[in-house]
Design a binder for this molecule. Structure first.
Ligand code: SF4
Ligand code: SF4
Length: 186
């Protein structure tokens, strides 16, 4: 009897229409991607980039190999040669297999010169799988791209801190002693 009454009075239909009506006047939870993009959460770990030294225009990396050693996925490949005059290492190859990376951030954390970062780029779609095999040039290009989009004057590497210092005990503004300065053109 109850079911019959429900059918006669179109209760289910009315309920459905009320839901539709309510939804018309509420903010959608979805966005029009890729035209619209979501705000990235602080500390987001996206596509890798090799930081370009603003003075020399070259990568900051000193080929110490720490990042490659600490990487749990073993997806960083580094090549270097020694400069005969200075005896310093010169980077010849720096490659990352992005699809093997687990985005732990260890490479960023361990780097003594702030040379590698995880940017806020989260888009990896490509026609060719090779595009996500980042070469040194691609990683530098990632940095340039990141730099051109970054809204602030200063980029702070959230992972980096001085060894032997408990970061949490420092005042907030001193927790990141050597931020990478981003100089904006114009
Ligand atoms: S984020 Fe982690 S897994 Fe990815 S390259 Fe760096 S150390 Fe390796
Ligand atoms: S830890 Fe830093 S300086 Fe050392 S090889 Fe990796 S990116 Fe280069």
């Amino acid at each position: 009897m109850k079911q019959l009454l429900k059918k006669i009075l179109l209760i289910d239909l009315i309920k459905g229409l009320l839901i539709t009506l309510r939804t018309i006047f509420t903010q959608p939870v979805t966005i029009r991607y890729p035209k619209q993009k979501r705000e990235i959460a602080p500390g987001f770990r996206g596509r890798h980039a090799l930081v370009r030294d603003p003075e020399t225009g070259k990568e900051r990396c000193v080929a110490c190999l720490r990042c490659a050693r600490v990487c749990p996925s073993q997806c960083i490949y580094i090549g270097y040669k020694e400069d005969e005059t200075s005896g310093r290492r010169v980077l010849t190859k720096y490659e990352i297999e992005a699809f093997r990376c687990v985005y732990c951030g260890y490479c960023v954390e361990v780097c003594p010169v702030n040379a590698i970062v995880l940017t806020e780029f989260y888009e990896y779609a490509a026609y060719d799988k090779e595009e996500n095999y980042f070469t040194k040039e691609k990683l530098l290009q990632n940095w340039d791209e990141f730099l051109s989009l970054y809204k602030h004057q200063e980029y702070i590497n959230k992972f980096w801190y001085l060894r032997g210092i408990e970061r949490i005990r420092l005042p907030y503004e001193k927790r990141f002693p050597t931020p990478i300065r981003i100089k904006k053109e114009g």
